[in-house]
Ligand binder design. Sequence first.
Ligand code: GTP
Ligand code: MG
Length: 556
Amino acid sequence: LRPIHRLLSCPRTVAAEIKREEQSSGSVETGSEGRTPKKTFSEVQKERREQAQRTVLIHCPNKISVKKFLKYLSQHGPINNHFFYESFGLYAVVEFCQKESVTSLQNGTRTPSMGTEAAIPFRSRVFNLKTKNPSNPTSEQSRVQCSIHAPPSSKKLLELLCYAESIDDQLNTLLKELQLTEENTKLRYLTCSLIEDIAAAYFLDCTVRPFGSSVNSFGKLGCDLDMFLDLDEIGKFSANKTSGNFLMEFQVKNVPSERIATQKILSVIGECLDHFGPGCVGVQKILNARCPLVRFSHQASGFQCDLTTNNRIALKSSELLYIYGALDSRVRALVFSIRCWARAHSLTSSIPGSWITNFSLTMMVIFFLQRRSPPILPTLDSLKTLADAEDKCVIEGHNCTFVRDLNKIKPSGNTETLELLLKEFFEYFGNFAFNKNSINIRQGREQNKPESSPLHIQNPFETSLNISKNVSQSQLQKFVDLARESAWILNQEDKDRPSSSRSQPWGLAALLMPSVVNSASLAKRVRKKPASERIKSLLESIKSSSPENATSTNGK
Ligand code: GTP
Ligand code: MG
């Protein structure tokens, strides 16, 4: 996190510095910054997975000599990368150059002998480092510098936004402050890799892959870690090796359906996590859900994890979002701001319910950007047209084909500012005919709603499904009302933006304030205007909340 005092003392210089940093940060690692990332989604996944496999997690004493610690570990081989963080104590993430070093470290590690309790001797890649002589600290032992894995507080964020130079700057600042850091991303892949070790005890050669916001480039610090147990790769390679007249098959147990197989597999993995998984606590098996899952907290990393299996379409959705996020630098800035705005007004929640989800909001932003003139994002159908034979992908009968090489997609000629896009987003959805139209990123245009859910967003791959079926009429109405109010606030900003004094939250910061505060400031601003204008605004607001207008969103 950038030190706040620097921003407070010299906002303009630092704002310029942020811009420079942004321009120069072509993070090849995530492949998500810059216009054309060098690596495809699967290349990034493969590289990160391989890195994670030669990485260990070590719980350390609070004070430690980093130099001695690294020297001690180097006995097992050279270290490529390391960082420290705090989560129920001090942890070190240490990435060796070679995988063999991990085995060497494991071979030199003992299982603790317990007092009255008994240890289950499970050899994982999570360790405890003990000092042999704790009562005799050396002068080199000191508090280590920790990387930060939590988002800044709302107060700090609002401060930063108030010091930005423009609304465009505000959106970029928000993105920079909330997006996953390099270390946090590494920790996410490592956690999946640690869970994979446990699952591999039963299903040799299985893969545990992160998906959702941890990898789709829209993840915010603190977001959950969605992972899926991929059993599809098992046995794929050996199948081609057979020659002659015979074919070998594993003798297996059969169950009546794919769903039951999923439930049985997740049930046993859930038990393993609960009994043997170091730091896996609060394991819940939610096997009767539409998509069965095991939910648990991974204490050492601090992540709330959702483990599913048979979820290749969700991984494909993550890849699609990753591509959209990487195509134009405005996409992620806008999505982060809209997600943050929705959270600030309790339009979204961490608890499932009748509210809109972050996934649906992201789809709405993508759709909106496809509707600009000229479009900022291409339709999914046009990404499918650009695909070649190698991109072909059919999952459970659904065609999930789209071009995966970003360099083949023509950049947009649209030069609209983030400020304009934010305002237009609120105006567009504040007036969208939700009662009759469906949002469809495949074709990039409104379609007639095939069913009567208040909000209909077509699932891009399973096209007969609605990803926002859960959203109630009242939640949709709340979204529409807030969108209209936010468009109004931004329009007012245009008119009476103070040039010198910015003691009040302005621009994006004003939109993130609780609505009651907004109402108060709105009332104040309305009062400042001449009577004729006040009456005009009043009439307009009555018109927009009249029953005739409300029917445009109530699905009747
Ligand atoms: P966060 O709120 O930051 O966790 O965003 P997220 O994108 O990770 O959302 P979430 O954890 O709810 O879901 C993880 C992934 O599952 C999403 O990215 C989607 O790929 C998929 N997903 C979530 N909800 C739906 C849905 O309603 N339908 C379908 N088809 N996929 C969904
Ligand atoms: Mg998630």
